[in-house]
Design a protein around this ligand. Structure first.
Ligand code: HAM
Length: 437
């Protein structure tokens, strides 16, 4: 048998029709387009402009940007060796956006920049429901402002996308990770506290105790969670400016009627955050409960080589998880477009006629399909039906002779003869009038 190929584990094809793969439903391409359109519409009301960075970046962009000790960089990156360099498939887009911002001196165009993106990301995680190796994010970055209003704008824009799609019950968890000084002092305090219980910690947490103790706060292990009840809290280490920034942000969220829960244990899996960190969760997602996440990253620009600090804040959301949430509430999803007209041609002269008339009707903005397999009239009508065509236009030798086509409105099952020179007007009118015609 000849070898056939399958898409790589954790990746999937988006097809004209929805289908199921490894327990996940992949929506039809039309549903992806519709969703992306909603995202674009909502984010453009906030005046975010689209940016499309490349999917390949230098390894160092993420090593430095996201952090070498994070799981994303140390375990999950897809690297692409090339002669002397090593590139990576981006595991996220924030570091790319900041790299582009600095490269193109976007700071010189305006005081601040509002950018958004939609596109694939790559992480070599163990695939499961809601977790893929190639997945899709949409997100927005507000760069150049350290004001808490920018944080509020980012959260408001994120919530607005979900609300536009009928999802308004996501849980927003919010925390302040403080400025770097506060975090360094807190890290030492947390390390000192947890060191006393080192033998009770899991292997992963023991490693993190040295490299990235804050990530231990994220643990799902019940015993470790108990230990953390008594651990020092980051809140107690924040500087007055951190507290003022956080209070302003929560004030704005109250003004915007965006509910949130302050969660002092919320830390994120990327190292670039300072001050604001948040996550939007949904119960409908199972183990992978995060719909979206984000926060402020005032130190990222300098880590990526900027000689001046550039404040920024943003969010990113998983599109597959958004689809999961929509599916679990039975939302109607766009499907493959149906043809306005299916041309049924019988005989070679009629076939030529149909090719020409398909073009004329398409020029008149109708969508048109026809058979190319030389099928019988019955099979062609069946195909028109299967595709959900609104009208079938039937032309054989007799119709060519009398220069009239047989037109069937498939929606109501009515059939009538229409002269060729009136065909376009007739079909256009019926389509415009809808199925009630
Ligand atoms: P993140 O939390 O790593 O943040 O990812 C954001 C979202 O992407 C997650 O909440 C989740 O919905 C989705 N996601 C992540 N990994 C996977 C996966 N393997 N399969 C499916 N979906 C996934 C970031 O990426 C930051 N760049 C967010 C940000 C923007 N912070 C500031 N600006």
């Amino acid at each position: 048998m000849k070898q056939t190929f399958r898409s790589i584990k954790g990746t999937f094809d988006i097809l004209p029709d929805r289908y199921e793969i490894d327990g996940s439903v992949v929506e039809a391409s039309a549903a992806w387009v519709e969703l992306e359109q909603t995202i674009r519409n909502v984010l453009s009301r906030f005046l975010f402009a689209e940016i499309r960075p490349p999917m390949l970046e230098e390894l160092a962009v993420f090593e430095r940007g996201v952090g070498e000790s994070t799981d994303i960089v140390s375990k999950e990156m897809f690297t692409v060796p090339r002669l002397r360099e090593t590139y990576v498939l981006r595991p996220e887009i924030t570091a790319s956006v900041m790299r582009a911002y600095l490269q193109h001196r976007l700071d010189q165009r305006a005081g601040s920049q509002r950018l958004f993106y939609i596109g694939p990301c790559f992480r070599a995680e163990r695939p499961q429901k809601g977790r893929f190796r190639q997945f899709h994010q949409f997100g927005a970055e507000f760069i150049g402002s350290s004001d808490a209003r920018a944080d509020a704008e980012i959260i408001a824009a994120m919530i607005a996308v979900y609300r536009a799609l009928g999802i308004s019950d996501g849980r927003l968890r919010l925390n302040s990770l403080g400025s770097p000084g506060a975090r360094t002092r807190y890290k030492s305090a947390l390390q000192a506290y947890l060191a006393r219980y080192e033998s009770d910690l899991s292997e992963t947490s023991r490693q993190r105790l040295q490299s990235n103790p804050l990530r231990i706060l994220d643990t799902k292990d019940e015993r470790e969670r108990k230990l953390l009840d008594e651990a020092p809290r980051l809140t107690g280490f924040l500087e007055p400016d951190d507290v003022a920034h956080f209070d302003r942000l929560t004030g704005f969220l109250d003004d915007l009627s965006i509910p949130f829960q302050i969660d002092p244990l919320l830390v994120r899996g990327l190292d670039y955050y300072s001050r604001t960190a948040f996550e939007l969760e949904s119960d409908e997602l199972g183990a992978q409960s995060a719909l979206a996440g984000g926060g402020r990253y005032d130190g990222l620009a300098e880590v990526l080589g900027s000689s001046v600090p550039v404040p920024g804040v943003g969010f990113a959301a998983g599109i597959e998880r958004l689809f999961l949430a929509l599916q679990s509430r039975g939302a109607h999803m766009a499907a493959q477009a149906k043809p306005d007209v299916f041309l049924v041609a019988l005989g070679s002269t009629a076939e030529r006629w149909s090719v020409r008339h398909a073009q004329e009707l398409r020029d008149a903005h109708l969508s048109v399909a026809f058979d190319t397999l030389g099928r019988s009239m019955k099979a062609q009508m069946k195909e028109a039906n299967r595709l959900g065509a609104a009208m079938a236009v039937i032309v054989g030798e007799q119709e060519l002779e009398t220069r009239t086509a047989l037109v069937r409105d498939m929606r109501v099952g009515e059939q009538t003869s229409v002269p060729f020179d009136q065909l376009q007007d007739y079909v256009t009118r019926r389509i415009r009038e809808g199925s009630s015609a």
